[in-house]
Design a binder for this molecule. Structure first.
Ligand code: FAD
Ligand code: DLZ
Ligand code: SF4
Length: 509
């Protein structure tokens, strides 16, 4: 007797995912499908597509070895499917059952798509996260502002990570004060482990090259792990080599050093090859053994059980319209430089070049270089959102949208952050060596050669005075602007306008 269909999506590659836990190996049929809709709802980076397809094929192989019946459709099959619903409907026909169990997808778009499918489909909560939907809602209930720090403490208490009874280890919840040092001269960590493509990955690479070779992004060399075993080796490699200095240099940036002391684990974690708790326990064990300091371990764990859980909570709390928010009414088109077009701004060209090659940029490059520039320049947040969703190997809406629409573009009007993350070129100069190799001068605030971040920073504050002047954390900025000589202010605004016009006209800036 055939039981139910069990849907497993490309970012649900965990053997203990809710739908598999609820399924019966003896009767139920696992459905997995590479489909054109998912592969093209934004122009994903070819490395991201190859990573997911190869990880999906490896996962299906492992399920079969473990005794599951798996109905897997490749995108290069004779009759590929256009959408997940189409794949399920075809499987329902083939197997004579329309009962489906699925784990809730990480995007409203797909949740709706499954709800609309003419199937008897149940979506179960994805329990790979520390906080359930109900826990986040209970925590958010009645709060005027949702702030990470309080939520994070709840997650520490819930997991027991870095806790001495009910007190935080080391006497403090947060060691950020010791972190975020400027870039040192040399990086003594070798970056992520690189894996040679096996036969399955090689087939996928050929498929992706043919179908998606025109998308922004370099497919080869392809080095990502595509199995949990190799993702785990990558975790150990980071814990042994990168974690020690993770806290100190978490915000640093260096020319031609794309990975620094970052873990490069988000793509594995978000696809289900690793779990948040196993990563955090490995980091905690390094501190307990004395091989990594508390400031690094606490900072790292906060990113995972704090920020990662917090942004997910916000995404589901705020609802399906979140990605259309545009609180600052920004409407400029995303300039070509985000897709590799020529630019003289060295910081942007570095961030975009490594994004193109490796589908990766670290948090401060995303927030304070590409994100900061888009916000200062007034780019439409939806275009910015679609760009991040497309170009990073770790990007799914539940995590990408609150980071982009909220944290980076302030398009949610202050749900994620209490003030916009904007800075002049000073911040980039302090945290990197980019400015030394730039055609612009970071020390020049106005006039010939002035760094565009310097011009646009004041332009942003000036044009949004009505929204931010009363913000207690931004009063100083307005006082500095107001003290500036009126001619200088006029020059800055006029020069910023000229810069934006040149960019809008498609000329390199
Ligand atoms: P590390 O620096 O080593 O950090 C460790 C882990 O902490 C990461 O693997 C990640 O799982 C988690 N983490 C750190 N910061 C965040 C955060 N702000 N939100 C959620 N998790 C976090 N992260 C994604 O996973 N997917 C995205 O699509 C994504 N889009 C972003 C867009 C913007 C505009 C910004 C500013 C940030 C975005 N982030 C996103 C968060 C962060 O940049 C990445 O998680 C991080 O750069 C991944 O690299 P890593 O694994 O080397 O992280
Ligand atoms: C990102 C992605 C891509 C590129 N392709 C597929 C696919 O062909 N089949 C699939 O099941 N999942 C894919 N995914 C992941 C989904 O887009 C992801 O599950 C949703 O965006 C929800 O997070
Ligand atoms: Fe970026 Fe300005 Fe520095 Fe150039 S001078 S690298 S544009 S911050």
């Amino acid at each position: 007797m055939v039981g139910r269909l069990v849907l497993v999506l490309g970012d649900q590659l965990s053997p203990d995912i809710a739908a598999l836990k609820a399924a019966d190996k003896a009767q139920d049929i696992v459905v997995m499908a590479e489909v054109s809709n998912e592969a093209s709802y934004v122009p994903h980076h070819p490395k991201k597509i190859a990573f997911l397809f190869s990880a999906m094929r490896h996962f299906a192989q492992k399920l079969r070895q473990d005794g599951w019946t798996v109905d897997y459709t490749q995108l290069d099959a004779d009759t590929p499917h256009g959408s997940i619903a189409a794949a399920l409907i075809a499987a329902a026909d083939r197997h004579g059952t329309s009962k489906v169990i699925a784990t809730e997808p990480g995007e409203w778009r797909l949740i709706q798509h499954l709800n609309d499918a003419p199937l008897d489909l149940t979506q179960m909560e994805d329990d790979r996260f520390i906080a359930t939907h109900a826990e986040f809602e209970a925590w958010a209930e009645g709060r005027k502002q949702l702030r990470l720090e309080w939520f994070y403490r709840e997650m520490r208490r819930k997991t027991g990570l870095l806790m001495d009874g009910d007190k935080p280890s080391g006497g403090k919840w947060n060691f950020d004060h010791d972190n975020r040092k400027p870039a040192p001269g040399e990086v003594d960590f070798s970056g992520p482990l690189r894996f040679e493509p096996d036969a399955i990955t090689s087939d996928v690479l050929d498929l992706v090259e043919t179908r998606f070779g025109g998308n922004f992004g370099t497919l080869r060399p392809f080095w990502f792990a595509v199995t949990p075993e190799n993702a785990r080796l990558s975790l150990t490699h980071f814990i042994d080599g990168g974690l020690t200095k993770f806290g100190d240099y978490q915000d640093a940036m260096l020319t031609d050093e794309r990975f620094l002391w970052h873990s490069i684990l988000s793509m594995y974690l978000n696809a289900g090859l690793l779990s948040p708790l196993e990563i955090c326990r490995a980091a905690e064990a390094a501190w307990q053994k004395g091989t990594a300091p508390l400031n690094a371990v606490e900072g790292f764990i906060r990113q995972i059980i704090g920020w990662r859980e917090f942004v997910r909570g916000i995404y589901f709390h705020e609802g399906p319209d979140y990605t259309s928010r545009n609180a600052l009414a920004h409407d400029r088109a995303l300039p070509a430089l985000y897709w590799g077009g020529e630019t003289k701004m060295h910081c942007l060209s570095q961030a975009v070049a490594q994004t193109r090659e490796d589908a990766y940029a670290h948090h401060i490059q995303r927030l304070m270089v590409t994100g900061n520039f888009a916000l200062l320049a007034g780019i439409h947040p939806h275009e910015v959102h679609e760009w991040y969703l497309a170009v990073y190997a770790d990007a799914y809406e539940w995590v990408e949208a609150p980071n982009t629409i909220g944290m980076s573009q302030f398009a949610d009007g202050g749900v994620v952050g209490s003030k916009p993350y904007v800075s002049s070129g000073n911040y980039i100069d302090r945290m990197s060596n980019y400015c030394k190799s730039c055609a612009y001068s970071v020390k020049t605030k106005a006039g010939e050669g002035a760094c565009p971040f310097n011009l646009l920073y004041w332009h942003f504050l000036d044009r949004h005075r009505d929204k931010f002047q009363g913000n207690p954390r931004m009063g100083n900025m307005y006082r500095t602007w107001d003290r500036m000589n009126a001619d200088k202010r006029d020059t800055i605004v006029a020069q910023a306008d000229a810069f934006l016009s040149q960019m809008d006209a498609g000329r390199p800036v």
